[in-house]
Design a protein around this ligand. Sequence first.
Ligand code: CTP
Length: 402
Amino acid sequence: MLKGKRILVGICGGIAAYKSADLVSRLKKKGACVKVIMTKNAGEFITPITLASLSGNKVATDMFSCPQDWDIQHISLAQWAEYIIIAPATANFIGKAASGIADDLLTTTVMASKAMVIAVPAMNTNMYNNPIVGRNIESLATHNGYLFFGPASGHLACGDTGTGKMEEPTAIVEYVERLTNASRSYEGKTVLVTAGPTREALDPVRFLTNGSSGKMGYSIAGAAAARGARVILISGPTHLQPPASVEFVPVVSAVDMYNAVMDSYKECDIVIKTAAVSDYRPAVAYNHKMKKTQNEISLDMVRNPDILAQLGKDKGKRILVGFAAESIDIIEYAKDKIKKKNLDMIVANDITQEGAGFNSNTNEGFILDSNGGMEQLTRMDKMEMANIILDKIACLFGKDNQ
Ligand code: CTP
């Protein structure tokens, strides 16, 4: 339902800007209140008069035009907007936003706003694949909670064929509708998310760990908070900034994580265990740094508690969701884990696939549920997957978003 939603559309200077006129028109037809900011370069591709006619509102282009009714434009638009759609989002806009540069009306407004930001990138394939652009997208997604929709693949205006095409306005509108429908579906729920790896100490300077980045769990935590949930994020060591408005509990080892989870379990309605918990820890963790000798050494390891299996034994009415990182027989192992750990749902991925699992911005795999349901998830951004997982969980507690 977009009726009455206050949507600010930011248009940057790219050839795809012509599609933004259709986007504004479609949002209006759905009943949204739409205002538009165009960058100076956007004006090279499309005129403000077109957007003003379609949105029914004056189009803002200039930071330094005389204040109307003594409203400071970037502040009033920033406060007015519930959702900001940047379409097309150019590499330049993404780079500036990721670096905290606010040198025009659009970047200043976005930075001053608490609205949900949906960026719809469009650019040449080589630009999109440039690691600097990738890093900026990752930074905005993980530190600022931006949602990225697209880009799609196809024939580009520059003549290349590849990734970089702006998603079609119809698809953008559907995506935003899905977000707004889901927006308060977790109100009143407490969601516990575990994320990242655990570290198992050998001595004060050495530890055993794994390559989990924490991105999947942090994306879920941020998306659940955006839907109105109280979120407790218990995380092993990562390089990520916890999303705003989650209760953050940093831990180091599997035993620390076990204790932190058990402390919060009673208060939770939903537990989502994305953490890559170490199954074993060294039998002895030395207080002082181990010294080398001439001899070979071997390591005795003891089992860590299986946190999720323990939660499954005292499940009550809670919804338990696990993750399974597998390299062979994915579906079989995942089904087995649903049963063994008494889960409602498991998200399984094949960590041997490029673009899935550990340390990747994207993920793909399968969602399996305890009733035998199974859905394949094609490769997508982890934030997008987080939203699909939350939609599925909402169906379990009776808040069907469809
Ligand atoms: N998990 C957990 N505690 C552990 C190990 C795993 O809570 N000690 C949770 C993970 O967070 C994940 C799920 O159990 O949600 C499955 O984890 P995974 O490592 O795939 O499976 P394991 O149960 O450890 O089985 P295996 O290592 O044999 O694949």
